[in-house]
Design a protein around this ligand. Sequence first.
Ligand code: RIB
Ligand code: CA
Length: 312
Amino acid sequence: MTPRKIIIDTDPGQDDAAAIMLALASPELEVLGITAVAGNVPLALTARNAGIVTEICGRSDVPVFAGASAPLKRKLVTAEHVHGKTGLDGVELFEPARPLETGNAVDFIIETLRNEPERTVTLCALGPLTNIATVFERVPGVVARVKEIVLMGGGFFEGGNITPSAEFNIYVDPEAADIVFRSGAPITMMPLDVTHKVLTTRARVQRLRANGNRPSVAMAGMLEFFERFDEQKYGTDGGPLHDPTVIAWLIDPGMFGGRDCNVRIETGSELTLGATVVDWWKVTGLPENAFVVDSVDSERFFDLFIERVGRL
Ligand code: RIB
Ligand code: CA
C-alpha cells in the first residue's frame, strides 16, 4: 500500500513529540517534512525540539523547517507552565546533528503542495495555525491541492484549557484558525472533547517505558513531566495526550467517532476569544466545514501508540 504523504506542522511540546514519533514509526505514513511554529514555546525552541525528536527516533533524514515566530496579528502566548522552559522538559536535550533547513516552512508547504499530485498531501496541524493560514493567504490556489487538514485544536462540550472557552492552539492565533476553517479545505478536528479521553495513566507510561528502546524511554520521561500539570488541574491519573490523536486518525480512523459540523472561530470577543463554536445540533443550517471528533477507543489508541513507538 502506498504510504500517505503528510507534513507535520508543530510546536513541540511533549505531546507533539509523541505525535511525531507515532508518525515516524508508522509505515502507513510518509513524513515529507516537519514545519515548526511558535506556540508552546518560542519558535527557536520548537524548531530545535522537532530536530531533537527526529534524531532520537533515528530519523534525521526528515527535514525540519522553521516557520512563523508569532501569530498573524497578536502577541505570542506560550505554555511553559505546561511544557517547561525548553518545551521538552523530561528528556535530556542536545543540539540536533542535522541543522534546520535554510528555507522557510511556509515556502516548503507551498512548494510541496504544488509539486506533489493534487489532493495527495495531508497537513497534520499540532500547534497554532499560523503557518497554514499564511500558506492559504499567500497562495489561495493551493487550498484545492490539500488532501485533508487533520488538526488538534478547539473544544466544545469540554470547554477550553487556556481560557474557560478556548483551547490553546486556537487561542494563540484565532485569526489564523478563522482563515483555515473558512478555507474550504477538508478538515478533521481533534478537539479537547476527544483528547481528554486519552490519558497517559501510570500503567500506560510504564508499558511504554518497558519497550526499552531509546524513543520509548525518552517519551516516557517526557510524559511524566508533561502530565503533572493536567493531573493536578483535572485530578486524573495521567494527562490528555492531545497531538498523537491526529496521527492515529490517519492510521486507524475506526477508533474514533464524530460528525460533520459547522465550526466558526471567535475572533472579536475578548471574553471568548479563540472559542470554536461547533454547531453540533445543526441549528444554524450553515455549511459543515469540519468533521468534529468527540469519541475514541482509548485502549486501542494506546495499544497502537505504544506498539509503534516500540518499533523505532
Ligand atoms: O491544547 C493542547 C494543544 O496545545 C496541544 O497541541 C499542545 O501541544 C499545545 O500545542
Ligand atoms: Ca502542539
